[in-house]
Ligand binder design. Structure first.
Ligand code: ADP
Ligand code: ASP
Ligand code: MG
Length: 301
């Protein structure tokens, strides 16, 4: 089994999601797909929470209408015909989401709100794949992503929960699930912190002993410097687990800081690839020795 994670920009528009489908269809064998919310959506959900905290309900409702329209438009673009069932389901997800706003003192309302982007998008992508004849199974990550300790996830436990959850489900070659969400020590919905879908991918990769993890994003791998601030950076073909962990930990935005840790002991390689230029090699993170000069390049920052 391979784990494929697609980040926000990779699922940020109908065109990008069509790219994702092509990429997925070209990868052989069974796949577990982890999706982020569409780019920008989690930021809007964070704003909704802020509005609610200060009692600005109307502003929150306006933002929710904006999100509803964005996702309904996405359904229309991806599934232009015979989409009534999907539209109805998306509407019902938003209806339930609005009900969270009515709850008084709900302790985990904030986390349920901020993880909603992943829930609605995975449903739409699953329905889109089905409409194109790509059979798939949508999995509810909150049923198995039990991560009480953010620093040290028990991947055996997650694997056991996933196995139990899948027991009465049909087998599939394509599983789709939500990044970012976890349940905490109180069994409540919580998050893996911003950018956490990368971490979902490696926790699940370790849990199912995946043969590899592919993290698909909007850049052709780990660059020798932060391309947002430095000109003429280039992609590094290979990094060791330790190098990648160190760079992520010290803030290279391309990876959530803890992404690498769950897979080091199990020696599962991570490939960083660009959804928009899938034929470029990207970066391989593994236990092979790397010959890159990343340290000196990074020290120029
Ligand atoms: P995703 O939404 O797919 O998770 P992110 O925005 O979290 O993507 O991460 C990809 C972005 O990380 C790139 O577009 C790039 O601007 C930024 N980035 C920062 N440092 C690096 C680096 N060293 N190498 C590559 N990208 C980097
Ligand atoms: N959607 C979440 C965020 O924006 C998680 C992720 O994209 O990795 O932080
Ligand atoms: Mg990210």
């Amino acid at each position: 089994m391979k784990v494929l994670k697609f980040g926000g920009t990779s699922v940020g528009s109908a065109e990008s999601i069509q790219n994702v489908r092509t990429i997925v269809s070209r990868i052989e064998g069974p796949k577990l797909i982890v999706l982020s919310a569409m780019s920008g959506v989690t930021n809007i959900l964070v704003r909704i929470n802020e509005n609610l905290k200060v009692g600005e309900i109307t502003e929150a409702e306006e933002l929710i209408s904006e999100l509803r329209k964005k996702h309904l438009d996405l359904v229309d673009s991806l599934i232009p015909t015979d989409n009534a069932t999907v539209i109805n389901h998306v509407n019902s997800l938003f209806q339930k989401f609005l009900e969270i706003l009515q709850e008084e003192n709900s302790e985990n309302a904030e986390a349920r709100i901020v993880t909603f982007g992943e829930s609605v998008l995975t449903y739409i992508v699953s329905a889109y794949f089905s409409s194109k004849g790509m059979d798939n199974l949508l999995l509810e990550a909150k049923k198995f992503m039990h991560v009480p300790n953010l620093e040290n996830p028990d991947t055996e436990k997650v694997g056991g929960l996933l196995g139990h959850y899948l027991k009465d489900k049909i087998e599939s070659d394509i599983y789709i699930t939500q990044g970012f969400v976890r349940t905490d020590k109180f069994n409540r919905i919580n998050t893996l912190k911003r950018g956490g879908s990368d971490y979902t991918a490696t926790i699940l990769g370790a849990a199912i002993r995946a043969e590899e993890i592919q993290i698909w994003t909007d850049i052709d791998g780990f660059h020798n410097n932060d391309p947002r601030y430095v000109e003429d950076t280039h992609s590094l073909s290979h990094l060791s687990f330790e190098e990648a962990a160190e760079l992520a930990y010290f803030g290279a935005k391309i990876l959530h800081p803890q992404t690498v840790s769950p897979v080091i002991d199990k020696n599962i390689p991570i490939y960083l690839k660009n959804t928009f230029t899938p034929d470029l090699p990207g970066t391989k993170i593994s236990n092979e020795l790397s010959h890159t000069r990343f340290k000196s390049d990074f020290s120029e920052r």
